[in-house]
Design a protein around this ligand. Structure first.
Ligand code: ADP
Ligand code: MG
Length: 508
């Protein structure tokens, strides 16, 4: 037939169906990006997703690529569940995402044309749909997965079901939370709040802040468990999940149901609130906070910084957050580390009765690992692996070898200016020689200034020395760059996050 003939002509022999499939995939991807843009806002989208491309979808695996390692790392740590969920709801046979770094020369190709995708230059990491959320690494197997729950709600639940609580890790209870000087106040406040019966809120909100691995999430889950046992209606959310739920509710015109649902609870627990971003979302967060607190409902919030330093939130929201009880969990002292370690060891012994760690070994580990509870947990896992693999008892010597890299983390790493230049260049898709050059185009000036700023804050080099290492510039140029970036970071939370992540990448 004439018509059929002319159609297959364009597509080549026998693969018309496949091309249509690819075109569908491409169309789905376009919708995914459009939704991400709508949900996350123009700023966030432009920063993280504008250069995210779909290579292909094969066997349920959507292969995505970005131009830099930095973007890969950021998307993986912050948005992978969201991208997967969104993709799944557009194309339900997508079960997993692979994000890779595409080579500098390979321009992104549309999925429809991707007969054989460009070889990725970076490691490919697999994200099964059941991957627990990054902020709750300990979520027990069998608990409903974040992605799963989100995917269910993404299909549109007329009852406002977007707001399902994230699962509470059964291991993170008050019973397993070791109390010491640095966390006693936070713990006491948490206990009081979990027993609070709604008769005039006590400390509302309770705002807990601390560095990474110091037990915020553990405490929050503990509060959640205790309150549920006491018959309270509890919703535990990470900031991401809150944003997701709200944005989704808006999209399905369920915002009212979302709010009603929030207001029907007794206790809202919000983890990692520093990630709340976006104008409409933070406004909604502010309303939610006010409504709950005014109704005498308890709110508990955790963050990596005090409320005053939540730059992404507006002043009123910050002061509302600061208006209850603000407690900091300090660094773990050696006694507390020893107790946490003992508790972890005891927990592991339930499943591995043969696992025996002599007191001298435990004492060594508690002394050596100073950074945080997460590293202590890591150390226990190392020792366990050692003991199961060799069958030999763990000695101080073997422990030393097993946890060496965790111990090293303790001493601030010596960071080289050259490494800073390389990393910043790769993040901004320029070359290191561009950074050292005289060029003054915006595309080069900003990364150059960021690299100078990082050199100042991460190394002990003087301004003149830094100037020399940046193609022989004057120290006043470096000073100008440092001040400029300091100011920009203060004004622009997206840039602030970016610089913070660069710092972290350089430090570990
Ligand atoms: P954060 O949320 O502050 O980054 P987490 O709550 O995830 O930290 O804690 C990291 C690890 O350290 C977890 O395994 C947690 O159980 C453990 N941990 C931290 N503080 C304590 C504590 N006081 N008692 C028992 N375990 C703790
Ligand atoms: Mg946490």
């Amino acid at each position: 037939m004439q018509l059929d003939g002319s159609r297959t002509d364009g597509n080549g022999d026998g693969n018309g169906r496949g091309d249509n499939g690819a075109a569908d995939v491409q169309a789905a991807w376009t919708r995914v990006k459009r939704r991400l843009r709508a949900e996350l806002g123009e700023d966030v989208f432009a920063s993280w997703f504008a250069r995210l491309e779909l290579e292909d979808v094969v066997g349920g695996i959507a292969r995505l690529s970005v131009p830099t390692r930095f973007l890969k790392s950021w998307i993986e740590s912050h948005y992978i569940d969201r991208v997967l969920t969104t993709f799944k709801s557009e194309l339900d046979d997508v079960v997993r995402l692979d994000v890779s770094v595409r080579g500098p020369s390979s321009s992104p190709r549309p999925a429809a044309a991707a007969a054989k995708p460009a070889a990725p230059t970076g490691a490919v990491v697999h994200y099964p749909a059941s991957r627990p959320s990054a902020s709750a690494p300990g979520v027990a197997a069998g608990a409903p997965s974040d992605a799963g729950a989100a995917a269910r709600s993404a299909t549109g639940d007329a009852s406002g079901g977007d707001l399902s609580s994230a699962p509470l890790d059964p291991r993170l209870t008050f019973a397993s939370f070791v109390v010491g000087r640095s966390n006693a106040l936070a713990h006491a406040a948490g206990e009081r709040v979990s027993r609070h019966d709604g008769e005039g809120a006590l400390y509302n909100p309770l705002y807990v802040h601390a560095g990474v691995g110091l037990g915020k999430t553990h405490l929050l889950h503990g509060i959640g468990h205790a309150a549920r046992e006491a018959g309270r209606r509890v919703i535990y959310l990470t900031a991401d999940r809150f944003m997701y739920g709200f944005v989704n509710a808006l999209k399905t015109q369920n915002a009212l149901a979302f709010k009603e649902r929030l207001r029907a609870i007794d206790l809202l627990i919000l983890d990692d609130v520093q990630f709340i971003q976006g104008k409409s979302i933070q406004a909604e967060f502010g309303h939610t906070l006010n409504a709950l607190i005014d109704a005498g409902k308890q709110v508990v919030v955790a963050s990596d910084r005090p409320p005053t330093e939540l730059e992404a939130l507006d002043e009123r929201v910050r002061s509302r957050l600061a208006g209850g009880l603000v407690v900091e969990i300090g660094t773990l002292d050696e006694g507390l580390r020893a107790s946490i370690l003992q508790a972890r060891l005891a927990a592991v012994r339930v499943t591995h009765p043969g696992f025996d760690v002599a007191p001298a070994v435990a004492a060594y580990v508690a002394k050596a690992i100073t950074a945080n509870g997460r590293d202590l947990e890591g150390a226990v896992n190392r020792l366990l692996a050692h003991s199961t693999l060799t069958g030999a008892p763990v000695t101080v010597e073997t422990a030393e070898a097993a946890i060496r890299d965790l111990v090293k983390n303790r001493e601030p790493k010596r960071i080289k200016i050259e490494d800073i230049q390389k990393l910043v260049a790769s993040r901004y898709n320029v070359s290191r020689s561009d950074i050292l050059s005289e060029r003054r185009t915006a595309a080069v000036v900003k990364p150059r200034q960021i690299a100078m700023y990082l050199s100042k804050v991460l190394t002990l080099r003087s301004l003149p020395e830094i100037g020399r290492r940046f193609g022989g510039r004057d120290h006043t140029t470096v000073l100008h760059a440092v001040r400029k970036i300091e100011k920009l970071i203060g004004d622009d939370p997206v840039l602030g996050d970016e610089v913070e992540l660069l710092k972290r990448m350089l430090q570990d």
